[in-house]
Write a protein that binds this ligand. Sequence first.
Ligand SMILES: [Zn+2]
Length: 282
Amino acid sequence: MQVISNEALARLHPTVHHPESTRRLEVLLEAVGEWTEAGPATVEQIERCHSPEHIARIRAIEGDTWLDGDTPASATSFEAALLAAGGAIEAARTGGFALVRPPGHHATPVRPMGFCLFNNVAVAARAAQVEEGLERIAIVDWDVHHGNGTQDIFWDDPTVLFVSLHEWPFYPGTGRPGEGNDTTVNIPLPAGSGNEEYVLAFEEIVEPAVRGFEPDLLIVSAGFDAHADDPLASMEVSGLGFRDLARRCLGLAPRIAAVLEGGYNLETLPRLVHATLDGFRG
Ligand SMILES: [Zn+2]
């Protein structure tokens, strides 16, 4: 599994003291050393998942602003968001791991939310369907927060399976017990859950669901904020735990891709990405 990114993401969409900062990409790219540069998504690719009004709103930002209480943006945010989605598309196309920011899984069809501008994973899934003719896409989201935006985008779509493991109750409040349908599976886990709980959830729910769906492509929304040392959440997953989850994805689909979501401890983030790449590489 190759790493895909764009070094401009360590500079664009500066957020200064916000946890979702340019520093995340800086430390990751320094740690991985080499990667394949991906270009931006086109507006047409973004429009498959987001309303024209939503896209126009991000495009029109000229100065520093807040899109909601958690989501800063500025003049280069549109460019960064297109590059993030473009990296995700390239990862889905080639079976790579897109190290991109801003993250995407809270962005709904009609609004940015929770550090997210465009839903990178959703845009990548649609590109794989429309441009490559893949029929069935599975998305497994192990970011510590519920992927409410991804859930919204694919709620009524039987061709995309969305499975989310997340701390609950917690931000953004969705993904509660019993919330779901045939192709939307939520696995809310209590604060303090660690490797054991995540592995059990994979064995009992995630793996059977994805296998049963028989996807042409599996995309992992790979957040690392369920790590024990992450400042934003209260889970206890370790580096070896993420490696194990990645390894468990192998064999669930003929092609597997991953896209970075959260993960806000700059000390541990590179190590966690390495461990996960190890797992995906078998
Ligand atoms: Zn998160």
